[in-house]
Design a protein around this ligand. Sequence first.
Ligand code: SAM
Length: 389
Amino acid sequence: MTPAACTQAAIELIDQITAAAREGGAAADTVVQRYFAQRRYAGSKDRRAVRELVFAAIRACGEAPASGRAAVLALGDPAVEATFDGSAHGPRPIAPGEPVATRGIAPGWLLDKLAASGLDEAEGAALVERAPLDVRVNRLRADPDEIAGRLPGAEAVPGLPAALRLPAGTDVTPLAGLVEVQDAGSQAVTLAAQAEPGQRIVDLCAGGGGKTLALAATMRNEGLILATDADRGRLSNLRPRAERAGISIVETRLLKPGRELDALEDWRGAADCVLVDAPCSGTGTWRRNPEARWRLTPERLARLVKTQAHLLDVAAELVRPGGALVHIVCSLLDEEGRGQVDAFLAAHPDWRAEALNLPVGRPHGAGLRLSPARDRTDGFFVARLRRAC
Ligand SMILES: C[S@@+](CC[C@H](N)C(=O)[O-])C[C@H]1O[C@@H](n2cnc3c(N)ncnc32)[C@H](O)[C@@H]1O
């Protein structure tokens, strides 16, 4: 592909990604994969160049751009602008006064909410920087030092003995079952469960099992983890992943949204710990999914906040006297994190927050906040709550 054809491909992709964000369609990564699946002629170097241009332009636009052209022009990169040359597969030349998307971190209403949640400008900007590639070494089957020796440029992450930070683009697929791609922050917040061998733990929003597998490794594959979710597709990924990782203590159970306790009667008051890795706005993961900023609406956020409160109430029913509940959101909005936990504590006088001592994060309300700017992880809020005996 010529440089001009690469720019045109990026423009088309951004148009598709913007439409998908508006209509609740596929994530940007999936859109890019599908685009190239139909264009086998594009070599790996071209694909990489197009992908980089697409993501650079998405990161630059706080609001959804009016067009892919406007988004690419927002980069203000003379080398890219020179490829608007009207050549056979390239973009038409830039017209005088042609619209250019406004650069920014997020839509205005979200910027206000981030500021109200105590995020300064530097922290806001770091939300859309490129994320590093982190993995968790499965210590049931591998030794982190040995794995680090096999991955050139791997660095240890202070305080997280199973975590390695890898150079961008490192291919870890040959190490399936030995390592899992997992942000260091995600690994750190899972430690708030203080999981121990032999415990009975519920991972209420287990999804594909990123945190379930980390818990099972900490428990040395002894005890029982009930991994539940309302999404059949995500949950069905968990079993093969657990098998590859040599984990046998995980049971899965599908829940009906709003009727979760119907399927959990046998776990009432029985869990040592319930992890609520709640569905959330994902403001802390914009580094990986920058177009997610364009998907969120005030209405969707309000629905998420309501679901989170409901799931905390469900979780509280499952914890044994003296047991713990861990609330996690990969968001920096207080209404999903700190505010959610404050409301829970106000409504449940027999619960109290416990101080957390994690290798990353700073105290925030009754829990801890991890921020990309300070901690070099995705953004999270995590709190550990203990039920009275
Ligand atoms: C942040 S994701 C979980 C990620 C997962 N814990 C991990 O570490 O890979 C939130 C999950 O909550 C699930 N969810 C949404 N509503 C739910 C409900 N009512 N009950 C249980 N899970 C729900 C979603 O399907 C999604 O998988």
